[in-house]
Write a protein of this length. Structure first.
Length: 258
């Protein structure tokens, strides 16, 4: 029984924003625990490459891929139809897709800030709602939302991004309480700077990089696999009494602030 608490054999996980970076690392982590995965991303070439790589590493498991934009409601509905066509319900949903434009608050156009909300927050809310009937089919299922330390304290990623992530963290708490009776646990992780394509730009500035390191007690940038490990734990039966939580994956950053 102990070994089964640390396995996801026979379970199906849907991961958004999974063609690279943190999302791809999460897919790999869940496959390592025995799950079958369904990955979603906007760039079809990157997505197909990611699926091929995962299939080479985990040939015995089902790996499906769908190119879709989670900021578009028609695409969100298509994602859930696709899941129903390929799986018997759903055990795990990881809302990882996100985006940002960093500007002073007064410089955002309405289209820009609304699109960030649509991608980061509304997509996670709607996908969670659409997935609810599939998740509720099983006695125990899990949603993990990939938030950010910017939703917990001020960082220099822009007010809009922080607003979306703060709302995502509150959504996590509310859904955890509301859906506990349905056997659905809802948790979140809050990464600090993680070494991905998206962060390569700001971290390429030596002065800025040094400022980030100075405010990170562990004195280094995190890796996608380190976020994936936290997500993986929250999906496991071993975490069966954990819901409504937000785990910071930040090298101690939140003890300092930025």
């Amino acid at each position: 029984m102990t070994a089964q608490r640390w396995r996801l054999d026979g379970q199906t996980a849907l991961i958004t924003g999974a063609s690279a970076g943190i999302g791809l690392a999460i897919a790999r982590e869940l496959l390592g625990f025995g799950a079958d995965v369904m990955i979603v991303g906007r760039d079809i070439d990157m997505l197909e490459s990611a699926r091929d790589d995962l299939a080479d590493e985990y040939p015995a498991q089902a790996i499906h891929a769908l190119a879709a934009d989670v900021s578009d409601d028609e695409d969100r509905r298509e994602i859930l139809d696709w899941v129903e066509d390929h799986a018997d319900g759903l055990h795990i949903l990881v809302n990882n897709a996100g985006g940002n434009i960093t500007r002073p608050a007064i410089d955002y156009t309405e289209d820009e800030w609304r699109n960030i909300f649509e991608t980061n927050l509304f997509s996670a809310f709607e996908l969670s709602r659409y997935a609810h009937p599939l998740l509720a089919r099983h006695a125990a299922s899990a949603i993990v939302n990939v938030g950010s330390v910017s939703g917990l304290t001020h960082v220099r990623s822009g007010a809009v991004y922080g607003m979306t992530k703060a709302a995502m963290h509150q959504m996590t708490r509310n859904l955890a309480v509301e859906w506990a009776e349905d056997g659905i646990r809802v948790n979140a992780v809050a990464p600090w700077y993680i070494r991905t394509r998206r962060t390569s730009g700001p971290l390429s500035d030596p002065d800025y990089y040094e400022q980030v390191i100075e405010r990170t007690p562990m004195r280094r940038i995190g890796e996608p696999e380190e976020v994936a490990s936290a997500v993986g734990f929250l999906c496991l039966p071993a975490a069966s009494y954990v819901t409504g939580e937000c785990i910071a994956v930040d090298g101690g950053f939140l003890r300092y602030g930025f």
